[in-house]
Ligand binder design. Structure first.
Ligand SMILES: *Cc1c(COP(=O)(O)O)cnc(C)c1O
Length: 401
């Protein structure tokens, strides 16, 4: 524990969140690791420089290759995920794009679900295509289609997300692992973006994933005050991704690492609170006469409820629902809410509410949005840590008005 020993069981997550990865005693005897605010590192003499390049000493060299504040958070997150190693990035998209660049080359193929994060989908199906990487999108929950989409010898990545946005689909990791097992020796890797789950609710590496990626911007940071990304997995894969990070340059800086570290200390407290509040709010909304339908994996009405119950420790803090009414009535409901603020993102202590039709899908027409499964009356609520009674009372007055 003192030197960030790896996790041995899922029951110690709170202790790990507080203590893992930290080094005590340190030169200042500081309980909080100091912020390493430096672009480069100095060498005592040429002999030390030679020792560094010949691997006789372990030390930092230059800011793009490493930073002690960043390394401390990498050790903590690796412990929380049960991973050998973790590499941090300046944003979730820097983490995802760098990981995929490291895993793939021209002529290879990715299978991903159609409901993945929009920028990830655009990166894989649009940008990577320029480098000769092909991609097949499959509908969430269709494991036959997913298995059939694999081209033996060519497909190198199965890219999933869990839970997804905005319908909170939960991927059955056991089924993914079984599909992967049919292609043993082909180099096929399972990569899961578990941003919405966090290691508190799901540890994909323990169920057969090869890499787990996070937008640390969301729950891991937890305070809507930083951008960060993370990739966790075995030392070989993460080492290759970290080497590429030194070239692509998407590193996290010391100040953001400090904020992320501070946020991680309360990760389990926040996520457990958000799980409990979101479950209550989902039940309240499902029974509300002004609500047409609720999408939350903790509800028996959700298509992935059984998988979520079996594979997750909690169902997460995001609830999506259809308000009875059209685009404008839904906007009026959102404008009447007083506690959640209107904005993209999720996972912070402040509740955030948005109408996907007017946020991520603004430039599309109603018909085009329906074609991609986004109704005008859809609302996404990212539950914060406010009192759940206040949130429920606020939603109720806004729905009834
Ligand atoms: C926000 C998000 C990302 C991107 O993270 P950034 O830090 O904004 O780059 C990726 N995946 C999911 C699921 C997200 O919610």
């Amino acid at each position: 524990m003192r030197d960030g020993a790896p996790v041995t069981g899922p029951s110690r997550l709170s202790t790990l969140a507080v203590h893992a990865g930290e080094r005590h005693p340190n030169p200042d005897n500081a309980i909080v690791p100091p912020i390493a605010c430096t672009a480069t590192y100095t060498f005592r003499d040429t002999a030390e420089l030679r020792d560094h390049f010949e691997g006789r000493v372990q030390r930092e060299e230059y800011g793009r290759y490493g930073n002690p504040s960043v390394a401390a958070v990498e050790r903590k997150l690796a412990a929380l995920e049960g991973a050998e190693d973790c590499a941090l990035f300046g944003s979730g998209m820097a983490a995802i794009s760098s990981a995929l660049f490291a895993l793939l080359r021209g002529g290879q193929h990715v299978v991903l679900t159609a409901d993945g994060y929009r920028r990830t989908r655009q990166f894989v199906t649009g940008f990577l295509r320029k480098f000769g990487v092909e991609a097949t999108l499959v509908e969430p929950g269709d494991y036959e289609a997913l298995a059939a989409a694999i081209v033996p010898g060519k497909t190198r990545v199965l890219l999933g997300e869990s839970p997804t946005n905005p319908y909170m689909r939960v991927v059955d990791l056991d089924r993914l692992a079984a599909i992967k097992a049919q292609h043993r020796g082909s180099g096929l890797k399972i990569v899961i973006d578990a941003t919405f789950a966090t290691p508190v609710n799901l540890q994909p590496l323990r169920r057969g994933a090869d890499l787990v990626v996070h937008a640390g911007t969301k729950y891991l940071g937890g305070h809507n005050d930083l951008l960060a990304g993370a990739v966790c997995g075995d030392a070989g894969l993460v080492g290759a991704i970290r080497d590429l990070r030194g070239m692509l340059g998407g590193v996290l800086d010391g100040h953001s690492a400090y904020l992320l570290h501070r946020g991680l200390k309360t990760l389990t407290l926040r996520v457990e609170r958000q799980n409990a509040s979101a479950l209550r709010i989902a039940g309240f909304l499902e029974a509300h006469p002004e609500v047409e339908r609720v999408f939350y994996p903790g509800l028996a009405s959700h298509p992935d409820h059984a998988v979520a119950r079996e594979q997750m420790r909690g169902f997460g803090g995001v609830v999506s629902f259809l308000v009875r009414g059209d685009l404008d009535r839904t906007s009026r409901f959102i404008d009447r809410c007083r506690v959640p603020r209107i904005g993209p993102s999720l996972g912070g202590v402040e509740s955030l509410i948005e109408q996907p039709a007017l946020m991520s899908f603004y430039e599309l027409s109603t018909a085009e949005r329906e074609a991609v499964g986004i109704r005008d009356n859809l609302v996404r609520l990212a539950v914060g840590v406010e009192d759940v009674e206040d949130l429920i009372a606020d939603l109720d007055q806004a729905l009834r008005a």
